[in-house]
Structure formats: C-alpha cells, structure tokens
Design a protein around this ligand. Structure first.
Ligand code: 13P
Length: 253
C-alpha cells in the first residue's frame, strides 16, 4: 500500500503569505518523492489560495472538517461540493479537537457519508482521551469506528482512511507519543473491528495512519514497528525542515 502523509496545519499559520511560503517549500519536496502521497490540510481560509497556486499532481489537499448538508442556511459551515470545487480530494472528519467542541459520532458519520457521496476521501479520526486497565478505551474506539462508518458499503470502505490519534499523545513530544509496538497492537485492533463489519479482503485495503506527536525522531520506528500506512502530522507539519524530513523517511521506508 502506498504511504500517506497528511499535514494538519490546524488553525495555523496566521497569514496567507506564511501559508504560501510553507506550501511552496513542501510542494518542492513532495515533487521529488515517488513512494508517498503528500496531503495538505490547511485552514479553510487558505485552501482555495493554495489549490489555485498549484498545478502539479504530487500534492493533494484535504479540508480539516466539512458539513454534511449540500447547501442552505448554515452560517459558517462548508459543504463537500464547495471543498471539492476548489480542489480538495480528502476531508478530515471527527478530529478530536472538533469532537471536543461537541461533535458526536452521529455527526461524524453524516460527514463521512456526505464525503463518500461526492467521491471525496474521508480521513476518519478516532482516538481515546486516556487509557484504563480494564480496556474500556477499546470499547470506546470500537464505538467510534462502528458508528462513524454506519451505512458505509463494502465498496466505499476501500476509499476511507482511518487516522488513529490517541488524544493523550497529541501536541506533545516524541517521548509522549505512542510506541511502535503499542501502535502495532492498535492497528490489529482496528482491523479486527473493521472485519466485524467488512470482509477481510476489503479490510486489508483500508489505510490506517497514526497521529500524535509524529516527528522525524519517531517516524521511522512507528512505520516499521507500528506497521502504519502513514501519518497525520500536527505541529511538525508547520516546520518545513521537520515535515520534509518526515516525508523523506516515509518515502524511503
Ligand atoms: P501533533 O502532531 O501536534 O501531536 O498533532 C496531531 C494531530 O492532531 C494531527 O491531526
């Protein structure tokens, strides 16, 4: 499976000038890579500006969120056809920072279905806030997966990316990130949960990527030991040096 590296810029940078500068340096790097799909998820405010300034095929674009309705009186929301019309081919949904603002599994599912309908690839984020010794967090994750994918057909699941982002590992440093062997266990758990919903042959086609303090120092170990299909990178995606180094590592793996 080809590896994916998604840059989630979150609510950064502060100006379109900085966004274009960052984009310029990342796209140059991405154009040299053969084995990795680079996907940028800038804030909505810059998405159109970046896609307009890009005519190549080595970088794809994602929105950081999307609304499920096709149009109408929904102040502040952005529809799938709108992001698609400016060149986004992926949509992140269910990020823990959106869920923290009140988004439910039902909302996330509506967003997944809206993206699939328009043939935009959903990047479905799941992740527990903490772990307990009784394994309750596994039930929590199972629910996020099952409810997030409700009514997604076996044909469409092949076009979904699952991003596992344990909340306790987000925005920290390499020391606090998930360890490769733990990630490997989680990959198996996610695949097992998916195989309760879909045939195994289909499940093996669903990319499972990891997010939570991915930096150049842990990327290789997570890829090799964790057997992940790529990364969803937060803070390190705002540093040209760090992000480009992560791309190099993934490209070589
Ligand atoms: P960090 O890489 O900053 O931990 O963020 C991860 C994340 O939330 C990406 O969506």
């Amino acid at each position: 499976m080809r590896k994916l590296v998604v840059a989630n810029w979150k609510m950064n940078p502060a100006s379109v000038k900085e966004a274009l500068d960052l984009f310029d340096k990342v796209k140059k790097k991405a154009s040299t890579l053969k084995n990795v799909d680079t996907i940028l998820a800038p804030p909505f405010a810059f998405l159109g500006e970046l896609t307009c300034n890009y005519s190549g095929s080595k970088v794809s674009f994602a929105s950081q969120d999307v609304f499920w309705e096709e149009g109408g009186s929904y102040t502040g929301e952005v529809s799938v056809s709108q992001i698609k019309s400016i060149g986004a081919t992926y949509g992140i949904v269910g990020h823990s920072e959106r869920r923290a603002l009140g988004e439910t599994d039902v909302d996330v599912n509506k967003k997944v279905l809206a993206l699939i309908k328009e043939k935009v690839t959903p990047i479905l984020c799941i992740g527990e806030s903490s772990r307990d010794e009784h394994g309750e967090y596994l039930n929590f994750l199972q629910k996020e997966i099952t409810e997030g994918l409700k009514s997604v057909s076996k044909n469409d699941i092949k076009r979904v990316v699952i991003a596992y982002e344990p909340i306790w590992a987000i925005g920290k440093s390499v020391r606090d990130a998930m360890k490769p062997d733990e990630m490997h266990e989680m990959k198996i758990f996610i695949q097992k949960t998916l195989s309760e919903l879909y045939e195994r042959s289909v499940v093996s086609k669903v990319p499972i990527i990891y997010g939570g303090s991915v930096e150049p120092d842990n990327a290789r170990a997570l890829l090799e030991g964790g057997e992940v299909d790529g990364f969803l990178v937060g803070h390190a995606s705002l540093s040209v040096t760090e992000f480009n180094e992560i791309l190099t590592i993934v490209n070589r793996a």
